[in-house]
Design a protein around this ligand. Sequence first.
Ligand code: NAD
Length: 276
Amino acid sequence: AVHALKDENCPILISPSLVSLDLPDVWASNPNPHDFPSAHKCSNEQNAAIIDGKSMAEEIMSRIAFEVKRMKESIGKVPGLAVIMHLDEAKILDVLSLEKDVDGFHPVNMGNLALRGREPLFIPCTPKGCIELLIRSGVEIMGKRAVVIGRSNIVGLPTSLLLQRHHATVSIIHAFTKNPEQITCEADIVITAAGVPNLVRGNWLKPGAIVIDVGTNPIEDPSCEHGYRLRGDVFYEEAVRVASLITPVPGGVGPMTIAMLLSNTLDSAKHAYDFT
Ligand code: NAD
């Protein structure tokens, strides 16, 4: 892993949640861009339109595939991506080249994200994906009241910083917050990354709120192939009746996280090869 870190031609990330990423398949996909897919309603019992993160991510990945093809044809190079696990995160971040930090976790990238007037080389993939989902769904972030549930280094904290960059008024809820529902019920946008299934009930939400559910929590279910199914932080069946827009789990933030990771990796490779 440390050799890989020193290889100037290999973009690197640290991303334990993404080890199942099937990179060759993604990058071999059809490179024909198509129009942005829109959010859609599925049933008369719900108020919310569903944000189709999977389709939006596929559109981005087809553009990335197009760019990778162009790169290969022009300079004979393609981006490379390596995943580093089970090693001390702080030590790895210390030796990680800033230009290969495609997860955006390097303290310098994170610091630049926090500072006004500074630009990070890379923005963490899940937070960047949440903003992308909002923008592609036509949501105006500026001036909105946003609540982020969770303050982890990889999701909650950078998401709150990104929302501020987009001029939202941001509150952060964490495990020690008292009466979180009193804060969420005033929010136009709720982004939750707590890792607690069904935490956000319908009555936590302002009618018409926009809900981005980052949570991916395995729930035991013997009827499912692997003995469990994924559940978000949001009590979906309730929230869908109150919100105006909502992401499903799975099929919302997850695919967009992967698309943002590949987008960052492509940017890193373009920078490494001085390819525009
Ligand atoms: P984490 O455990 O590092 O952080 C959780 C945060 O939530 C903490 O800040 C904690 O204070 C807060 N929290 C915990 N319980 C809470 C409660 N009851 N009320 C309010 N806040 C509470 O987790 P993480 O790495 O940020 O991940 C969070 C969730 O997002 C997990 O379910 C994870 O699987 C998921 N995730 C999904 C993606 C994706 O691409 N979809 C990417 C990363 C993480």
